[in-house]
Design a binder for this molecule. Structure first.
Ligand SMILES: Nc1ncnc2c1ncn2[C@@H]1O[C@H](COP(=O)(O)OP(=O)(O)OP(=O)(O)O)[C@@H](O)[C@H]1O
Ligand SMILES: [Mg+2]
Length: 424
């Protein structure tokens, strides 16, 4: 069964009714505008003065504001200014309705007050409908973008939380041998200082103690112990470095990125956890992308790996191990990243929804349903696509394709051997 993420649904197509507030002191105009917009499927709220309009805005959410310019009491321009002063309305589209086509000064005043557009009376239904639709489409697209950015940040933290247990394990392991090596080295230093003291008393006493304590064997052991300890320290440092990459909140920087490197770095945090659940197969070949947000790609990789891990957990095998395969390569002019698992698979009924934010089949506390929507957003921004192939009871493959670095575009890239990790 194949699927594909083809981008978000077109913005501006209201899934639930969008609301428009019309403020005009002329009851005929109110009736006309209100009738046209209701026919278009909007929820229309009417106010016959600026004061009433502000009151309505204070009490409920409105998606777009239509404001008559000339009204007794608060005129449209003043209402617009007051509305824009409130941060929650900073992005709400505002259209002025005016009969004064030629009054440039007044038009400018309205635009300076924060209005987006002017519609001239007598109002054409088609023009009204087009302006409202377009402004709402832009506002919706912006809202969607903001939401996904917030979601991406929340998701990043959630994903780090998910691997926290694995990370603790990753750090604990080198730390415990660092500590045990240091304990041995402390004993060796103690023996050595006793021999030095003895030599200071007399060369014979020193030589005797040297033999008794087996200093030659001890010295032969010191170098490997020190090497191992330094290696362990470097591993802890690498893990902490990776964690810092995930937790960073800086704005994205676009830089040349090799997807193989992204996969390697993400596996620093997850390999042990993954290998405890499945045989991890790595086939990481050069897959360079010219300009990409490295951190976001780490997140994409982490989301796919966590999903694969959950999928294998959801289909226990007897007498056999599951496999999770991570591969990267360059294919013509695209860089490819693929994560496959032999887990539970995705049923047909869920397949079309998996990229929707908050769609999850996992219990509360396990999944938030944000992982794949974040992946889709990141890949979309790079002009790429995600394909999913899945069969219930057999497994799933997610394939990400993004345009590769122009220098790397070639039909043939060297094929290194498969690396198998975690095989038992
Ligand atoms: N490798 C996979 N195998 C089987 N089902 C999968 C796989 N990856 C994703 N899914 C399905 O797609 C759904 C959505 O995935 P997504 O990563 O967006 O959210 P999640 O994993 O449920 O939660 P989280 O926000 O923690 O990632 C999952 O709940 C699961 O049903
Ligand atoms: Mg997920």
């Amino acid at each position: 069964m194949k699927g594909r993420y083809d981008g978000p649904p077109p913005s501006g197509q209201a899934t639930s009714k969008q609301s428009v507030l019309v403020v005009d002191d002329d009851p005929n105009n109110l009736k006309l505008v209100s009738a046209s917009l209701t026919l278009e499927g909007y929820e229309v709220v009417c106010a016959s003065s600026g004061e009433e309009g502000l009151e309505i805005l204070a009490g409920r959410s409105i998606d777009l504001l239509l404001l008559d310019v000339r009204m007794p009491g608060l005129d449209g321009i003043e209402v617009c200014r007051r509305v824009r002063e409130q941060p929650r309305f900073s992005r709400m589209p505002i259209i002025f309705l005016t009969a004064d086509q030629a009054d440039t000064e007044r038009t400018l005043l309205g635009l300076d007050a924060g209005g987006d557009e002017y519609l001239h009376k007598p109002i054409s239904r088609r023009m009204l409908s087009a302006r409202v639709r377009n402004l709402l489409r832009l506002a919706n697209a912006e809202r969607e973008r903001q939401l996904l950015t917030q979601v991406a940040q929340a998701e990043k933290l959630a994903a780090v939380g998910q691997v926290a247990a694995g990370v603790a394990h990753e750090v604990n392991n080198p730390l415990s041998f660092i500590l045990s090596n240091l304990e041995s080295l402390r004993g060796y230093v103690n023996d050595l200082s006793r021999v030095v003291q003895a030599y200071r008393v007399s060369p014979e006493a020193g030589a005797a103690l040297d033999r008794t304590l087996g200093i030659d064997a001890l010295m032969a052991d010191v170098k490997p112990l020190l090497d191992e300890t330094v290696q362990g320290g470097s591993r802890v440092r690498a893990i902490v470095q990776e964690l810092k990459t995930f937790a960073r909140q800086d704005p994205d920087t676009f830089e040349p990125v090799d997807l193989a490197e992204v996969a390697r770095c993400t596996l620093v945090l997850t390999e042990r956890e993954l290998s405890s659940k499945a045989t991890l197969v790595k086939d990481l070949r050069l897959a360079r992308v010219e300009l990409a947000p490295r951190q976001k790609l780490h997140q994409v990789m982490l989301n796919l790996l966590v999903n694969a891990m959950h999928a294998v957990e959801a289909r226990p095998l007897t007498g056999q191990r599951h496999t999770i395969t991570v591969s990267t390569r360059t294919e013509g002019d695209v860089a490819v990243l693929e994560v496959s698992d032999t887990g539970c698979g995705i049923p047909e009924s869920a397949r079309s929804r998996i990229f929707e934010p908050f769609f999850t089949t996992k219990p509360v506390g396990v999944g938030t349903g944000l992982g794949l929507s974040v992946c889709a957003m990141v890949v979309d921004r790079l002009g790429g696509r995600i394909d999913v192939e899945s069969e219930v009871g057999r497994g799933t493959t997610f394939t990400i394709r993004v345009p590769c670095d122009a220098d790397e575009r070639s039909p043939s890239t060297p094929l290194p051997r498969l690396q198998v990790a975690g095989a038992r």
